[in-house]
Design a protein around this ligand. Structure first.
Ligand SMILES: *[C@@H]1O[C@H](CO)[C@@H](O)[C@H](O)[C@H]1NC(C)=O
Ligand SMILES: *[C@@H]1O[C@H](CO)[C@@H](O)[C@H](O)[C@H]1NC(C)=O
Ligand SMILES: *[C@@H]1O[C@H](CO)[C@@H](O)[C@H](O)[C@H]1NC(C)=O
Length: 395
């Protein structure tokens, strides 16, 4: 438990300090040597603790570029949310597309191996991936995973997305699966959605227990109150606020009166209250904005061109709760991710390789952290792209 460890580390300073001065007056040489050894040991220990807590503080509480309140969530998390344990099903929805199926496999394996809860995966995929996925899940160490495969019919998107004629294959239907959560897990009141380019390093029950405020249908990780962005934001332009995603020159957007410098959030990991989602017709609202975008091109063109984030930003404007930033430590797939310290990556509860460099590709950061959770494809169709492929075949 990294947060408990840090708390202890922070408390260790004042406790250890008095020792050296009170013991230095011993007369015996042997005792002095012993004492000196103990003192050095304690100083080293102390220094290491300070080093780690300083480092975490530095990474977590830097003031953000918008001058909003920095958050220091370590002291604010005195009690683990996982304490409320029971056998209730934890529904986790994940989308799995064929060309990156290894991502979903590693994500699910990491969640499954790190929880004692009754997690059930709802794997949304296209009909031509079902057989491949089923073979991978049944012929490997994943055979005890509880899951249900759901077929996503891309026809629901007709009229709501416009393929870019410049880029063949630019629409990835499965990225919209998250808009349809209540129909994917109709029995669940609460569900988690995760992208396929993540791995989890702690019990997902804690994420599931994220409290949602009354009237909120979902909780996301904001783009400027957390650590992870500080690192990424430098040089990233407006990637962390609304104006980076929406075209404020358009009348339809201006009429919404949403502040352009509002912090955006990352929709790759979220917790949803599906009762509230249905009450507010969130899916209908999202579809409305998709359709409007086809007609009026409402999204900003300056960025990577996300077409899934903008409708969510509109519908959830000032209407969402927050998840602990350690549950979505992102940008590992961009150059920014390379700047995280190994200690920080280790302390993260969820690592997210959003960006171009996926951990199954050739040039990812922290690919070795991801690979601990990867289960090779028994059909051999999917393989990791590595600099030294022989090393992987040998395993
Ligand atoms: C898969 O779905 C598409 C439409 O979504 C359909 O045209 C195709 O026939 C389906 N393929 C199979 C193997 O069911
Ligand atoms: C979900 O939302 C409904 C309707 O607002 C509310 O009654 C319920 O308590 C919420 N559930 C959770 C787990 O937050
Ligand atoms: C959601 O849709 C239902 C049925 O279409 C409607 O009765 C209800 O008023 C809608 N709720 C909101 C908040 O728009």
């Amino acid at each position: 438990d990294p947060s408990a460890r840090t708390l202890r580390a922070a408390g260790a300073g004042p406790f250890l300090q008095p020792f050296p001065s009170s013991l230095c007056f011993e007369s015996s040489v042997n005792v002095s040597i012993l004492v000196a050894a103990v003192v050095i040991f304690l100083l080293v220990l102390h220094h290491n603790f300070l080093g780690l807590s300083d480092l975490l503080k530095r990474e977590l509480t830097d003031s953000n570029p918008l001058g909003l309140q920095p958050i220091d969530f370590i002291p604010a998390a005195p009690q683990r949310l996982t304490d409320e344990r029971n056998d209730k099903e934890i529904s986790v929805v994940i989308a799995a597309s064929d060309e990156r199926l290894g991502g979903a496999i590693a994500a699910m394996n990491s969640i499954y191996r790190n929880t004692r809860s009754n997690v059930v995966f709802y794997i949304v995929t296209l009909n031509d991936t079902v057989d491949h996925l089923r073979l991978w899940l049944t012929n490997t160490a994943l055979k005890n995973l509880r899951y249900q495969i759901l077929n996503f019919d891309p026809r629901v998107l007709e009229g709501k997305v416009q393929a870019d004629p410049q880029k063949a294959d630019s629409i990835k239907p499965l990225t919209f699966a998250r808009f349809y959560l209540p129909s994917l897990v109709p029995h669940a009141e609460k569900a988690i959605y995760v992208d396929d380019d993540i791995i989890v390093q702690d019990d997902i029950l804690e994420l599931y227990n994220t409290p949602l405020k009354p009237g909120h249908a979902a909780a996301f990780s904001d783009d400027c109150d957390s650590t992870t962005n500080k690192v990424a934001v430098r040089g990233a332009g407006n990637q962390y606020n609304y104006i980076g995603f929406l075209d404020y020159k358009k009348e339809t957007i201006r009429k919404l009166a949403m502040k352009a410098n509002t912090c955006s959030f990352n929709p790759g990991v979220f917790v949803a209250n599906l009762t509230e989602w249905k009450l507010q017709n969130i899916t209908k609202q999202l579809e409305k904005w998709m359709t409007l975008n086809v007609a009026e091109e409402l999204y900003s063109r300056t960025l990577a061109g996300s077409i899934t984030t903008p409708p969510l930003l509109i519908v959830f404007y000032k209407q969402h709760s927050s998840i602990d930033p350690l549950w979505n430590v992102r940008h590992l797939g961009s150059n920014a991710g390379k700047r995280y310290s190994p200690q920080f990556v280790k302390a993260a509860k969820l690592l997210h390789w959003n960006g171009h460099f996926k951990p199954w590709g050739r040039t990812a950061s922290y690919a070795e952290v991801w690979e601990k959770w990867y289960v090779p494809d028994p059909t051999g169709k999917f393989s990791l792209i590595r600099r030294h492929p022989e090393a992987y075949e040998a395993k």
